[in-house]
Ligand binder design. Structure first.
Ligand SMILES: [Mn+2]
Length: 320
């Protein structure tokens, strides 16, 4: 049976507290449980203070057969940042713009940019599958979308790992493969109808909005938009015309991360749980987290149970 753990973003001390709370014990540097394994939902890196240690914990568990893991958008981006562009000499698959560097700088500083450790971590990220479809449960970082998963088939091996030759195509804007990987690792976005826009948390006006794809009842842009509550009124109450909600079948429970939820952890629907509760949410430049690190202790059930969520507060372990 599995314990699923959401986005960690370099908060290794809360991760150890959470593993401890779940009954895992560290022996010879590897965390183990006599009867259970972890599934990590991706986003090990960026933002937090102990990214190298976070990767070490997850990687040693995976390599010792004590855990499984899927890739998050931050690992996908880290590979692109580090991979030479096949057609543009001197460039990388993910452009090294100032904005992209800012998002990745904590990681680069902590691993030592271009160091041997950096290379080894990137090589490990490349081994992470994009999704897991196991007996009794499914796992993906942001969105389970069967159509997009089908579109990725030519880019992945039988274990869901990216084929070495497929990295450039997955990073190339405008390809079906890029659209698919963005959808499953970052979740679907929809363009608002003409003249509609909203101000995001940074005050930038945006016309694309992330949607609660798991909400099968939602009909309008406003029903499904993921925006700060103070701007929800600027999202139109018109039906979404595009066929963008994948309507999860519900035959197995599905676990995702990615969505920076807050409040008391609970299932999103009877069959879908998000385990990202914003461990990397901080104020200003400090690492002081006001989020939590969340897990779900799965006992084989097909209907998710609110009592099976466990968590530790990020604040209890901050070093700053
Ligand atoms: Mn993410």
């Amino acid at each position: 049976m599995y314990d699923l753990i959401g986005d960690i973003h370099g908060y290794a001390t809360p991760l150890k507290m959470l593993l401890n709370k779940l009954g895992y014990v560290e022996r010879d540097g590897i965390w183990r449980h006599p009867g259970r394994k972890v599934i990590f939902l991706g986003d090990f890196i960026d933002r937090g203070p102990e990214q190298v240690e976070t990767v070490r914990i997850a990687r040693t568990m995976v390599e010792a057969g004590q855990a499984l893991a899927v890739m998050g958008n931050h690992e996908f981006n880290a590979v692109g940042w580090d991979t030479p562009h096949p057609d543009n000499p001197g460039q990388t698959l993910r452009p090294r713009s100032e904005k992209n560097r800012r998002q990745h700088r904590e990681f680069l500083d902590q691993v030592g940019e271009n160091s041997r450790r950096h290379r080894e971590i990137i090589d490990w990220f490349k081994t992470l599958p994009l999704y897991l479809d196991l007996d009794g449960l499914r796992v993906v970082h942001a969105c389970w979308h069967p159509g997009h998963l089908d579109n990725l088939a030519g880019c992945l091996d039988a274990g869901g790992r990216v084929l070495p030759k497929a990295w450039p195509e997955l990073h190339r804007k405008g390809t079906k493969s890029n659209e698919a990987v963005e959808n499953i690792l970052k979740g679907p976005e929809v363009r608002l109808p003409a003249d509609s826009e909203f101000a995001d948390a940074d005050g930038h006006f945006r016309r694309n909005v992330r949607i609660q794809w798991w909400d099968a009842e939602g009909i309008t842009y406003r029903d499904l938009a993921i925006v700060p509550p103070e701007v929800i009124e600027s999202i139109p109450h018109e039906p979404i015309v595009e066929d963008i909600v994948p309507e999860y079948a519900g035959d197995k429970p599905l676990f995702v991360g990615h969505y920076w939820l807050s409040g008391t952890p609970a299932p999103l629907t009877p069959h879908i749980a998000c385990l990202d509760y914003s461990i990397a949410a901080t104020r200003g430049q400090s690492y002081q987290s006001h989020g939590i690190l969340c897990a779900y202790r799965w006992q084989g059930e097909s209907i998710l149970d609110p009592d099976n969520f466990l968590w530790v507060p990020g604040s209890a372990a901050s070093r700053h």
